[in-house]
Design a protein around this ligand. Structure first.
Ligand SMILES: [Zn+2]
Length: 345
Protein backbone atom coordinates (compact mmCIF):
# COMPACT_ATOMS: atom_id res chain seq x y z
CA UNK A 1 0.00 0.00 0.00
CA UNK A 2 2.71 2.46 0.95
CA UNK A 3 4.63 1.79 -2.23
CA UNK A 4 1.51 2.57 -4.26
CA UNK A 5 0.75 5.63 -2.20
CA UNK A 6 4.30 6.76 -2.91
CA UNK A 7 3.86 6.18 -6.64
CA UNK A 8 0.78 8.38 -6.78
CA UNK A 9 2.45 10.95 -4.58
CA UNK A 10 5.30 11.11 -7.05
CA UNK A 11 2.80 11.56 -9.88
CA UNK A 12 1.10 14.34 -8.00
CA UNK A 13 4.53 15.82 -7.44
CA UNK A 14 4.98 15.96 -11.20
CA UNK A 15 1.52 17.44 -11.73
CA UNK A 16 2.07 20.11 -9.13
CA UNK A 17 4.72 21.47 -11.47
CA UNK A 18 1.84 22.24 -13.82
CA UNK A 19 0.04 24.16 -11.12
CA UNK A 20 -2.36 21.41 -10.13
CA UNK A 21 -2.37 20.44 -6.48
CA UNK A 22 0.01 23.29 -5.77
CA UNK A 23 0.69 23.86 -2.08
CA UNK A 24 1.03 27.61 -2.63
CA UNK A 25 -2.67 28.30 -2.17
CA UNK A 26 -4.10 31.62 -1.17
CA UNK A 27 -6.81 31.56 1.47
CA UNK A 28 -10.25 31.51 -0.03
CA UNK A 29 -12.27 34.48 1.16
CA UNK A 30 -15.45 32.47 0.77
CA UNK A 31 -14.06 29.74 3.01
CA UNK A 32 -13.67 32.24 5.80
CA UNK A 33 -16.99 33.93 5.13
CA UNK A 34 -19.48 31.11 4.77
CA UNK A 35 -18.03 27.63 4.95
CA UNK A 36 -17.50 25.70 8.16
CA UNK A 37 -14.37 23.56 8.06
CA UNK A 38 -14.22 20.23 9.87
CA UNK A 39 -11.53 17.58 10.27
CA UNK A 40 -12.16 14.65 7.90
CA UNK A 41 -13.84 11.72 9.63
CA UNK A 42 -14.79 8.19 8.54
CA UNK A 43 -17.27 8.12 11.43
CA UNK A 44 -19.01 11.47 11.80
CA UNK A 45 -21.19 12.39 8.81
CA UNK A 46 -20.53 15.78 7.25
CA UNK A 47 -23.30 18.33 7.60
CA UNK A 48 -24.58 19.93 4.37
CA UNK A 49 -22.50 23.02 3.55
CA UNK A 50 -19.42 21.95 5.51
CA UNK A 51 -16.03 21.51 3.89
CA UNK A 52 -13.16 19.27 4.92
CA UNK A 53 -10.27 21.25 6.36
CA UNK A 54 -6.79 21.26 4.90
CA UNK A 55 -5.25 22.10 1.54
CA UNK A 56 -4.78 19.65 -1.34
CA UNK A 57 -1.16 19.41 -0.29
CA UNK A 58 -1.97 18.65 3.34
CA UNK A 59 -4.42 15.92 2.34
CA UNK A 60 -1.98 14.33 -0.11
CA UNK A 61 0.47 13.72 2.73
CA UNK A 62 -1.88 10.93 3.86
CA UNK A 63 -2.36 7.76 1.78
CA UNK A 64 -6.10 8.48 1.70
CA UNK A 65 -8.79 10.69 3.20
CA UNK A 66 -12.20 9.29 4.08
CA UNK A 67 -15.21 11.45 4.88
CA UNK A 68 -18.49 9.92 5.87
CA UNK A 69 -21.40 11.65 4.14
CA UNK A 70 -24.38 9.56 5.28
CA UNK A 71 -24.92 6.27 7.09
CA UNK A 72 -23.76 4.22 4.09
CA UNK A 73 -22.02 6.67 1.78
CA UNK A 74 -18.43 7.91 1.94
CA UNK A 75 -16.26 10.36 0.00
CA UNK A 76 -12.80 8.85 -0.43
CA UNK A 77 -9.81 10.74 -1.81
CA UNK A 78 -6.49 9.27 -2.90
CA UNK A 79 -3.79 11.61 -4.21
CA UNK A 80 -6.16 14.27 -5.49
CA UNK A 81 -8.80 11.97 -7.00
CA UNK A 82 -12.14 11.13 -5.40
CA UNK A 83 -14.61 8.27 -5.53
CA UNK A 84 -17.99 7.86 -3.91
CA UNK A 85 -18.16 4.62 -1.91
CA UNK A 86 -21.45 2.99 -0.87
CA UNK A 87 -21.31 0.19 1.69
CA UNK A 88 -24.22 -2.22 1.25
CA UNK A 89 -25.17 -5.39 3.14
CA UNK A 90 -23.53 -7.81 0.70
CA UNK A 91 -20.92 -5.68 -1.01
CA UNK A 92 -19.56 -2.27 -1.86
CA UNK A 93 -20.30 0.02 -4.80
CA UNK A 94 -17.57 2.40 -5.93
CA UNK A 95 -18.09 5.26 -8.37
CA UNK A 96 -15.00 5.83 -10.54
CA UNK A 97 -11.65 4.07 -10.47
CA UNK A 98 -8.86 6.67 -10.72
CA UNK A 99 -5.70 5.75 -12.55
CA UNK A 100 -2.03 5.51 -11.98
CA UNK A 101 -1.67 3.15 -9.04
CA UNK A 102 -4.37 4.59 -6.79
CA UNK A 103 -6.72 1.59 -6.62
CA UNK A 104 -4.71 -0.55 -4.17
CA UNK A 105 -4.81 2.46 -1.84
CA UNK A 106 -8.55 2.77 -2.44
CA UNK A 107 -8.97 -0.91 -1.53
CA UNK A 108 -7.02 -0.29 1.68
CA UNK A 109 -9.26 2.69 2.48
CA UNK A 110 -12.40 0.61 1.87
CA UNK A 111 -11.06 -2.10 4.20
CA UNK A 112 -11.07 0.55 6.94
CA UNK A 113 -14.84 0.76 6.46
CA UNK A 114 -15.88 -2.85 5.86
CA UNK A 115 -14.68 -6.37 5.12
CA UNK A 116 -17.22 -6.65 2.30
CA UNK A 117 -15.84 -6.88 -1.26
CA UNK A 118 -16.31 -4.36 -4.04
CA UNK A 119 -19.09 -5.89 -6.15
CA UNK A 120 -20.16 -2.91 -8.29
CA UNK A 121 -18.08 -0.31 -10.08
CA UNK A 122 -19.59 2.69 -11.87
CA UNK A 123 -17.91 4.81 -14.57
CA UNK A 124 -18.86 8.52 -14.58
CA UNK A 125 -17.26 9.05 -18.02
CA UNK A 126 -14.62 7.52 -20.26
CA UNK A 127 -11.62 9.66 -19.30
CA UNK A 128 -8.86 7.30 -18.27
CA UNK A 129 -7.64 9.36 -15.35
CA UNK A 130 -10.96 8.58 -13.63
CA UNK A 131 -11.50 4.96 -14.78
CA UNK A 132 -8.21 3.28 -15.73
CA UNK A 133 -7.99 1.76 -12.24
CA UNK A 134 -10.94 -0.49 -13.15
CA UNK A 135 -8.47 -3.20 -14.19
CA UNK A 136 -7.22 -3.37 -10.60
CA UNK A 137 -10.73 -3.65 -9.15
CA UNK A 138 -11.46 -6.41 -11.67
CA UNK A 139 -8.31 -8.39 -10.91
CA UNK A 140 -8.94 -7.99 -7.18
CA UNK A 141 -12.41 -9.51 -7.67
CA UNK A 142 -11.21 -12.26 -10.01
CA UNK A 143 -8.37 -13.31 -7.72
CA UNK A 144 -11.02 -13.93 -5.04
CA UNK A 145 -13.19 -15.86 -7.51
CA UNK A 146 -15.82 -13.12 -7.80
CA UNK A 147 -17.21 -11.27 -10.79
CA UNK A 148 -17.40 -7.48 -10.93
CA UNK A 149 -20.48 -5.62 -12.12
CA UNK A 150 -19.49 -2.52 -14.06
CA UNK A 151 -22.18 0.07 -14.78
CA UNK A 152 -21.85 2.96 -17.25
CA UNK A 153 -24.12 4.95 -19.51
CA UNK A 154 -24.47 3.88 -23.16
CA UNK A 155 -22.40 6.79 -24.46
CA UNK A 156 -19.50 5.92 -22.15
CA UNK A 157 -19.67 2.35 -23.46
CA UNK A 158 -19.48 3.73 -27.02
CA UNK A 159 -16.60 6.11 -26.19
CA UNK A 160 -14.55 3.30 -24.62
CA UNK A 161 -15.04 1.31 -27.81
CA UNK A 162 -14.32 4.28 -30.08
CA UNK A 163 -11.01 5.16 -28.41
CA UNK A 164 -10.09 1.51 -27.84
CA UNK A 165 -9.53 2.25 -24.17
CA UNK A 166 -7.93 -0.76 -22.59
CA UNK A 167 -10.21 -0.88 -19.58
CA UNK A 168 -12.83 -3.46 -18.65
CA UNK A 169 -15.98 -2.96 -20.72
CA UNK A 170 -19.15 -2.12 -18.79
CA UNK A 171 -21.27 -5.17 -17.99
CA UNK A 172 -24.41 -3.06 -17.73
CA UNK A 173 -25.38 -0.02 -19.80
CA UNK A 174 -27.74 2.69 -18.56
CA UNK A 175 -29.88 4.61 -21.04
CA UNK A 176 -29.20 8.26 -21.90
CA UNK A 177 -30.02 11.08 -21.32
CA UNK A 178 -31.38 9.59 -18.11
CA UNK A 179 -31.61 6.11 -16.67
CA UNK A 180 -31.59 4.24 -13.40
CA UNK A 181 -30.04 1.16 -11.87
CA UNK A 182 -30.13 -0.42 -8.45
CA UNK A 183 -27.47 -1.28 -5.94
CA UNK A 184 -28.79 -3.61 -3.22
CA UNK A 185 -32.25 -2.06 -3.47
CA UNK A 186 -30.98 1.52 -3.58
CA UNK A 187 -32.14 3.51 -6.58
CA UNK A 188 -29.33 5.20 -8.46
CA UNK A 189 -30.19 7.79 -11.12
CA UNK A 190 -27.75 8.57 -13.91
CA UNK A 191 -28.10 11.66 -16.08
CA UNK A 192 -26.00 12.29 -19.17
CA UNK A 193 -26.23 15.74 -20.79
CA UNK A 194 -25.48 15.53 -24.52
CA UNK A 195 -22.36 17.73 -24.39
CA UNK A 196 -20.12 19.37 -21.83
CA UNK A 197 -16.93 18.16 -20.21
CA UNK A 198 -17.26 15.17 -22.53
CA UNK A 199 -20.21 13.87 -24.54
CA UNK A 200 -20.69 11.06 -22.02
CA UNK A 201 -19.99 12.77 -18.69
CA UNK A 202 -22.77 11.81 -16.29
CA UNK A 203 -24.04 12.82 -12.91
CA UNK A 204 -24.91 9.95 -10.61
CA UNK A 205 -27.47 10.60 -7.89
CA UNK A 206 -27.99 8.43 -4.82
CA UNK A 207 -31.52 9.68 -4.25
CA UNK A 208 -32.09 8.26 -0.80
CA UNK A 209 -28.77 9.59 0.50
CA UNK A 210 -28.97 12.92 -1.36
CA UNK A 211 -25.39 12.42 -2.59
CA UNK A 212 -24.43 13.50 -6.12
CA UNK A 213 -21.33 12.27 -7.93
CA UNK A 214 -20.36 14.46 -10.87
CA UNK A 215 -16.75 15.01 -11.77
CA UNK A 216 -14.63 17.53 -13.66
CA UNK A 217 -17.29 20.26 -13.72
CA UNK A 218 -16.95 21.94 -10.33
CA UNK A 219 -13.89 22.05 -8.06
CA UNK A 220 -15.16 23.12 -4.63
CA UNK A 221 -12.66 25.42 -2.93
CA UNK A 222 -10.60 26.23 -6.02
CA UNK A 223 -11.36 27.91 -9.30
CA UNK A 224 -11.92 25.60 -12.22
CA UNK A 225 -9.13 23.46 -13.66
CA UNK A 226 -7.16 24.95 -16.56
CA UNK A 227 -9.10 25.35 -19.78
CA UNK A 228 -12.29 24.51 -17.83
CA UNK A 229 -11.17 20.93 -17.37
CA UNK A 230 -10.44 20.65 -21.11
CA UNK A 231 -14.18 20.72 -21.70
CA UNK A 232 -15.07 19.37 -25.14
CA UNK A 233 -17.85 21.97 -25.43
CA UNK A 234 -17.78 25.09 -23.27
CA UNK A 235 -21.43 26.00 -23.81
CA UNK A 236 -22.41 22.41 -22.99
CA UNK A 237 -20.11 22.53 -19.98
CA UNK A 238 -22.03 25.51 -18.59
CA UNK A 239 -25.36 23.77 -19.23
CA UNK A 240 -24.08 20.63 -17.48
CA UNK A 241 -23.08 22.67 -14.43
CA UNK A 242 -26.49 24.39 -14.42
CA UNK A 243 -28.24 21.01 -14.57
CA UNK A 244 -26.67 20.03 -11.24
CA UNK A 245 -28.74 22.76 -9.56
CA UNK A 246 -31.99 21.16 -10.80
CA UNK A 247 -31.32 18.02 -8.73
CA UNK A 248 -32.05 17.30 -5.06
CA UNK A 249 -28.81 16.66 -3.16
CA UNK A 250 -26.84 17.74 -0.12
CA UNK A 251 -23.31 16.59 -0.99
CA UNK A 252 -21.33 16.67 -4.22
CA UNK A 253 -18.43 14.31 -4.85
CA UNK A 254 -16.72 16.38 -7.54
CA UNK A 255 -13.79 14.10 -8.38
CA UNK A 256 -11.18 16.60 -7.16
CA UNK A 257 -10.78 19.12 -4.34
CA UNK A 258 -13.39 19.38 -1.56
CA UNK A 259 -16.87 17.99 -0.95
CA UNK A 260 -19.23 20.39 -2.70
CA UNK A 261 -22.57 22.04 -2.17
CA UNK A 262 -24.95 24.17 -4.26
CA UNK A 263 -23.01 27.37 -3.50
CA UNK A 264 -19.93 25.85 -5.09
CA UNK A 265 -21.93 25.07 -8.22
CA UNK A 266 -23.42 28.58 -8.35
CA UNK A 267 -19.96 30.09 -7.95
CA UNK A 268 -18.80 28.35 -11.14
CA UNK A 269 -21.83 29.70 -13.03
CA UNK A 270 -21.11 33.23 -11.76
CA UNK A 271 -17.46 32.89 -12.79
CA UNK A 272 -18.34 31.69 -16.29
CA UNK A 273 -20.90 34.50 -16.70
CA UNK A 274 -18.29 37.10 -15.69
CA UNK A 275 -15.52 35.80 -17.91
CA UNK A 276 -17.90 35.58 -20.88
CA UNK A 277 -19.06 39.17 -20.32
CA UNK A 278 -15.55 40.55 -19.81
CA UNK A 279 -14.11 38.69 -22.80
CA UNK A 280 -16.83 40.24 -24.95
CA UNK A 281 -16.04 43.69 -23.56
CA UNK A 282 -12.30 43.18 -24.05
CA UNK A 283 -12.75 41.98 -27.63
CA UNK A 284 -15.10 44.83 -28.45
CA UNK A 285 -12.62 47.43 -27.21
CA UNK A 286 -9.49 46.00 -28.88
CA UNK A 287 -8.54 46.93 -32.44
CA UNK A 288 -7.16 44.21 -34.69
CA UNK A 289 -5.35 46.51 -37.13
CA UNK A 290 -2.28 47.35 -34.94
CA UNK A 291 -1.30 43.67 -34.97
CA UNK A 292 -1.09 43.52 -38.78
CA UNK A 293 2.62 44.18 -39.31
CA UNK A 294 4.84 43.82 -42.35
CA UNK A 295 7.15 40.80 -42.14
CA UNK A 296 4.79 38.83 -39.91
CA UNK A 297 2.25 36.17 -40.81
CA UNK A 298 -1.48 36.05 -40.18
CA UNK A 299 -1.02 33.71 -37.21
CA UNK A 300 1.02 36.36 -35.41
CA UNK A 301 -1.69 38.99 -35.96
CA UNK A 302 -4.27 36.68 -34.40
CA UNK A 303 -1.90 35.79 -31.54
CA UNK A 304 -1.22 39.45 -30.78
CA UNK A 305 -4.93 40.30 -30.82
CA UNK A 306 -5.69 37.24 -28.66
CA UNK A 307 -3.05 38.13 -26.07
CA UNK A 308 -4.25 41.73 -25.86
CA UNK A 309 -7.84 40.55 -25.29
CA UNK A 310 -6.68 38.04 -22.67
CA UNK A 311 -4.67 40.72 -20.82
CA UNK A 312 -7.74 42.97 -20.63
CA UNK A 313 -10.01 40.10 -19.56
CA UNK A 314 -7.64 39.11 -16.76
CA UNK A 315 -7.56 42.72 -15.52
CA UNK A 316 -11.36 42.89 -15.53
CA UNK A 317 -11.70 39.56 -13.68
CA UNK A 318 -9.08 40.34 -11.04
CA UNK A 319 -11.04 42.63 -8.67
CA UNK A 320 -13.72 40.04 -7.90
CA UNK A 321 -11.99 36.74 -8.56
CA UNK A 322 -8.32 37.08 -7.55
CA UNK A 323 -9.31 36.31 -3.94
CA UNK A 324 -10.26 32.75 -4.95
CA UNK A 325 -7.74 29.96 -4.77
CA UNK A 326 -5.90 29.24 -7.99
CA UNK A 327 -6.76 32.48 -9.83
CA UNK A 328 -3.30 33.16 -11.22
CA UNK A 329 -2.81 29.48 -12.08
CA UNK A 330 -5.92 29.17 -14.23
CA UNK A 331 -7.14 32.60 -15.36
CA UNK A 332 -5.17 32.92 -18.60
CA UNK A 333 -6.21 29.46 -19.78
CA UNK A 334 -9.85 30.33 -19.05
CA UNK A 335 -9.55 33.68 -20.81
CA UNK A 336 -7.97 32.02 -23.86
CA UNK A 337 -10.71 29.41 -23.98
CA UNK A 338 -13.38 32.08 -23.75
CA UNK A 339 -11.56 34.18 -26.38
CA UNK A 340 -11.92 31.38 -28.94
CA UNK A 341 -15.47 30.62 -27.78
CA UNK A 342 -16.41 34.27 -28.38
CA UNK A 343 -14.34 34.57 -31.58
CA UNK A 344 -15.81 31.46 -33.20
CA UNK A 345 -19.35 30.93 -31.90
ZN1 LIG B 1 -12.69 14.01 -17.36
Amino acid sequence: MWKNALTVLLLVGLWSGLGWGSPALAEDARTIATTELVAPSPNTPLKPGQWIEGTDFERVQRPFTIQRLTERVYWVEVAGYESTVVVGDQGVMVIDAPCCGRVPTYLAAIRELTDLPVTTLVYSHYHLDHVAGAKEYLSDAESAGRSLRIVANRTTGAQIEKFGNKIPAPTELVSVPRGTFEFEGRKVVMGTPSTGHTIDNSWILLEEDRVLHSVDLVHPGVLEFMNFGVAEDLDGYEKSVRELLTLEWDFLCAGHSNVGNQEDVQLVLDYVADIRRYTGQAMGSTEFQPFVQEGTIFYEWIAGFRDAVIDKTVSLMRPRWAQYTGFDVVIRSHAERMFFETYLH
